[in-house]
Ligand binder design. Structure first.
Ligand code: PEP
Ligand code: MG
Length: 576
């Protein structure tokens, strides 16, 4: 009988293969009080297990092919660092000495303490790092129990299998990739776990968060996993398998074709060159950026330099972070958005104030920066100094009034003056752009355009503020509609303002990376798209098959359509 199970799809693609069940979780820990004379040999046993864990990880690291994404080695390295960290390699020794616990028990006690610390962290990303600590501890525990799972896995023929495990470590993922597995399912983990990120980097279809996967699925039974939607199918008939094999072939062909577009520029059939830029944020986006063939970075979100860390990055650390991307871009422009703190993205309790009813309407983005000019100027100085190493543009978030722009530009002048006095180099003509994210900015885009070198439409916020719906509120996000006539009018107004002022207008919200809207945006006159690197080749493929002159008439009709429900089918028709 067919069984459909749904989990969290974390890495796209279809895998068809037979189940290989694995138990990778924490081994049961045997607790024993030691006699005084046993303490030294127990410490030796612990030290040699830690050394063996490091040795295994180094061995796996050596099998990573040179052309594999950098993340792969980085994650294994981070586990290697954890093995050697005194929290894991020294503190358990103290526990053995002081409490006369056996090694497994001492390590378990340390694990419980670390877990308590991690659980207090409210941030999703940081709390997933507990997962990494657990992976490393389990590896040491397994070695202490002499199970050596990772080694065992290396010896098993896994080619073409779908691994079904309670949890997998990044090291497991590398070993499995070397064995050419078809895909994997885990009971634990989320989209931000290192194992999920690695699966995406390595192109292994993967579904996580299926809680009782190992009891629902049988060893050797045939499965289909759909890593995009998170769907898992078991007990299928021949026709279903044939159908999915067909989709799998089509997807692989489409992927191959997209890959061949990397070094071709985006140009419409009527010869209009379109700039395709990348949105980046965390370091794992850099390898995706390299593969995307992007014309530059259109949005570098810098909040990670301030939040989820003990103290905000100082000028020197920021400068280093910016220079790292400039080196990757090799002369292509880097657009750095100044800090978009505030609301839920805040690190300084002094700026949080009493819990506000409407944080999205509160002290965020440029408003927050203009209240803390020391912090803002420090970032402007770092950006200016980075501009001495390559083409850099400054992007100001959530500009709403002319006044905010004037104040920001004065602060930039002050930063330039300071750097000149300090004999530090920078690009004196660094372009400054403003994000159009609130209706007020779109309505006065023609005024803002006079003072700016470029505009960039942030549709995520523009839609939120135009339609008055909180973009992270599940109750109302069904109302979130990029095709709402009011949203389209504001986008159009902004594009017109850019044309009149003869300055470029980019779009960097999610709408720019959604292939359903590419032709509509081309018809409206958008010539700079900025999206997550993984979306760019698909967008390029559509652009290269489009003719703007064919789209303009239809887009005008869409703009004059006032009934929202009629717009979506008209936009779909552009894609036929
Ligand atoms: C936007 O609002 O469209 C945007 C790109 O900014 P963020 O998603 O970072 O708010
Ligand atoms: Mg925004």
């Amino acid at each position: 009988m067919a069984l459909i199970i749904s989990g969290i799809g974390v890495s796209r693609g279809i895998a068809i293969g037979n189940v290989h069940l694995l138990n990778r979780g924490a081994p049961e820990v045997f607790e024993r009080k030691l006699e005084e004379h046993e303490v030294d040999s127990e410490i030796e046993r612990f030290v040699s297990a830690v050394d063996e864990a490091a040795e295994q990880l180094r061995g796996i690291r050596d099998t990573i092919p040179e052309d594999a994404p950098k993340d792969v080695a980085t994650f294994i390295d981070s586990h290697l660092l954890m093995v050697k960290d005194s929290m894991l390699s020294k503190v358990p020794i103290e526990i053995i000495q002081e409490e006369h616990c056996n090694a497994e028990w001492a390590l378990k006690q340390q694990r419980d303490k670390l877990e308590a610390v991690f659980e207090q962290m409210e941030d999703d990303y940081l709390s997933t790092r507990l997962n990494d600590v657990e992976h490393v501890i389990n590896l040491i525990q397994q070695i202490l129990k002499d199970q050596q799972y990772t080694m065992q896995m290396k010896l098993q023929p896994l080619k073409g299998s779908i691994i079904v495990a309670d949890d997998l470590t990044p090291a497991d993922t590398v070993v499995m990739q070397n064995q050419n597995i078809a895909g994997f399912i885990t009971e634990l983990g989320g989209p931000l776990s290192h194992t999920a990120i690695l699966a995406r980097s390595l192109g292994i279809p993967a579904v996580v968060g299926i809680q009782s996967a190992r009891s629902l699925l049988k060893q050797e039974e045939q499965l289909i996993i759909e890593g995009g939607s998170g769907m898992v199918l078991a007990g299928m008939d021949e026709n279903t398998i044939k159908h999915y094999r067909h989709i799998q072939r089509e997807q692989k062909d489409a992927q191959r074709k997209l890959g061949s577009l990397k070094n071709i520029s985006a140009k419409t059939k009527d010869g209009q060159r379109i700039s395709l830029q990348a949105n980046i944020e965390l370091s794992e986006d850099i390898s995706a950026l390299k593969k995307s063939g992007a014309d530059g970075v259109g949005l570098y979100r810098t909040e990670f330099l301030y939040i989820d860390r003990e103290t905000p990055a100082d000028e020197a650390e920021q400068l280093n972070a910016y220079k790292k991307i400039i080196r990757v871009l090799k002369g292509k422009p880097l657009t750095i958005r100044t800090l978009d703190l505030g609301a839920e993205k805040e690190f300084d309790p002094d700026f949080q104030g009493p819990m506000t009813q409407n944080p999205a309407l509160g002290l965020r983005a440029i408003r927050r920066s203009l209240k803390d000019t020391d912090l803002f100027k420090q970032q402007l100085r770092a950006i200016l100094r980075a501009s001495a190493s390559g083409p850099v543009r400054i992007l100001l978030p959530m500009i709403t009034s002319h006044n905010e722009l004037t104040q920001s530009l004065s602060l930039l002048d002050l930063a330039k003056q300071e750097l000149t006095e300090e004999h530090k180099e920078f690009d004196a003509d660094i372009p400054v752009g403003g994000m159009i994210e609130v209706p007020a900015a779109a309505l006065s885009a023609n005024i803002l355009a006079k003072q700016l070198d470029f505009l960039s439409i942030g549709t995520n916020d523009l839609i939120q503020y135009t339609l008055a719906i909180d973009r992270i509120d599940d109750q109302v996000n069904y109302l979130y509609d990029p095709l709402h006539p009011s949203v389209l009018k504001l986008i159009n107004l902004t594009l017109q303002a850019g044309r009149r002022a003869d300055i470029p207008v980019a779009m960097c919200g999610e709408m720019a990376g959604d292939p359903r809207y590419t032709r509509l945006l081309l018809g409206l006159g958008l010539q700079e798209f900025s999206a997550h690197p993984s979306n760019l080749l698909e967008i390029k493929q559509i652009i290269n098959k489009s003719k703007i002159s064919d789209l303009e008439k239809q887009t005008k009709k869409i703009l004059s359509t006032t009934v929202p429900s009629k717009i979506a089918p008209m936009v779909d028709a552009l894609n036929q």
